[in-house]
Design a binder for this molecule. Structure first.
Ligand code: C5P
Length: 221
């Protein structure tokens, strides 16, 4: 069994992908499965933490011993994260949050009209939850972790994003052709505000999750 190095800690993990409704039957979404966030929740629970999992539209079963808060949209995810983060030791934002949502929600199903072109969809920005909780820390010493997918200049872009968001750790998933860490796709490097760079080789999502908690535990001491 895992060492209970998160015992007595409350951790919050967001997982999945938000859906931004256009009308009662349609939404703008993304392909996030929620697997990385669920792996983070499972491994934290195994290490003794009280875990709140804010789950956006994931089809995965609730992990045992974890408080699951289902949400749909980015605005709902923000509300749930802010509430859970109030007494959290660590917050890990693994969810794929939509950057934009439709400006207008149509209360009735949008219909095609004979001989007419469709109306364009106007988008507005969603709140950046990671930046918000990082700037307005609910507790001193709270450790906040973000995720980012980069295709090139992984380290430079990751460093810039870490600074922009204000979180303590940023897990950078390399998507596409790997230049820095070899030939495999989807390798990750965890960047720390202290200048640390922890490379995680291609492998199961549990392994990346364990590394994230190792780094969080170091920073909670
Ligand atoms: O800016 P970008 O979308 O690349 O940042 C990704 C990170 O920021 C993830 O940790 C994601 O959960 C978080 N995020 C957020 N609110 C948004 C967009 C992204 O918290 N509106």
């Amino acid at each position: 069994g895992a060492e209970p190095d998160l015992k007595g800690r409350h951790v919050v993990v967001s997982a999945g992908g938000t859906r931004e409704p256009l009308d009662p039957v349609r939404f703008l979404g993304n392909r996030s499965s929620g697997k990385q966030g669920y792996a983070l929740a499972r491994t934290a629970a195994a290490r003794g933490a009280r875990v709140t999992l804010i789950a956006a539209n994931s089809a995965l079963p609730d992990p045992a011993g974890v408080d699951v808060v289902p949400v749909g949209t980015a605005v709902q995810l923000r509300e749930a994260v802010l509430q859970a983060a109030a007494d959290a030791d660590a917050v890990v934002m693994a969810a794929a949050v939509a950057d934009f949502r439709p400006a207008v929600y149509a209360a009735g199903k949008i219909k095609k009209k004979d001989g007419q072109e469709p109306e364009p969809i106007t988008l507005v920005r969603n709140p950046d939850i990671l930046a918000e909780i990082s700037t307005e820390r609910a507790r001193p010493g709270q450790v906040i972790v973000g995720f980012a997918a980069e295709t090139d200049d992984v380290l430079a872009n990751g460093r810039a994003k870490l600074k922009r968001k204000g979180c303590d750790l940023l897990v950078v998933n390399e998507v596409g052709e790997s230049r820095t860490f070899g030939s495999e796709e989807n390798e990750a490097v965890v960047l720390g505000t202290d200048g640390s760079e922890t490379a995680v080789p291609h492998g199961p999502k549990e392994a990346l999750a364990e590394t994230v908690w190792d780094l969080v535990v170091e920073r909670l001491r």
